[in-house]
Write a protein that binds this ligand. Structure first.
Ligand SMILES: Nc1nc2c([nH]c(=O)n2[C@H]2C[C@H](O)[C@@H](COP(=O)(O)OP(=O)(O)OP(=O)(O)O)O2)c(=O)[nH]1
Length: 132
């Protein structure tokens, strides 16, 4: 069986807009848009991984909803990714680009303007059709 890589993504909401982050060149899924986050490391809970990644990548602290928004398993050619997203609220800090090349704050109904990583598309669709 193919090994599944567990990844968490943050749907950060502020003023009814959602933070979208663009991956940089030279890595998997270069230039696609995603929810900031990353791989869960051994011994971490999804929530801990999300807090660590957001601190490292965007220099922000967030509060994380107790339950997941969506989980999608997607088979890329390089790995099977199990992506779980959580709705989050920005608590402190201003999102700062360290790994991403751009961020955008978009209302849910405009999320399809961007080219999302394939694993994110079910969550994006759900965000566009449901209120949070
Ligand atoms: N952070 C994040 N990763 C995502 C999303 N959707 C999606 O398919 N992914 C994939 C991209 C990566 O292959 C993996 C997360 O890895 P990562 O962000 O921790 O690390 P990375 O870019 O260094 O990954 P890699 O190049 O080593 O594959 O999950 C998403 O919304 N957020």
């Amino acid at each position: 069986m193919r090994k599944e890589v567990k990844v968490v993504g943050a749907i950060i909401v502020q003023d009814e807009k959602i933070l979208c982050a663009q991956r940089g060149p030279g890595r998997s899924l270069a230039n696609y848009w995603e929810f900031p986050g990353g791989k869960i490391e051994q011994g971490e809970s999804p929530r801990q991984a999300l807090l660590r990644e957001l601190d490292e990548e965007l220099k922000i602290k967030v509060s994380v909803s107790p339950s997941a928004f969506d989980t999608t398993v997607y088979d890329y050619d390089f790995a099977r990714i199990n992506l779980t997203t959580f709705v989050c609220e920005l608590e402190t800090g201003v999102p700062t680009l360290t790994e991403h090349v751009a961020i955008k704050w978009l209302p849910a109904h405009s999320l399809d303007q961007l080219e999302w990583a394939p694993a994110d598309r079910p969550a994006v669709k759900k965000l566009m059709h449901e209120s949070l």
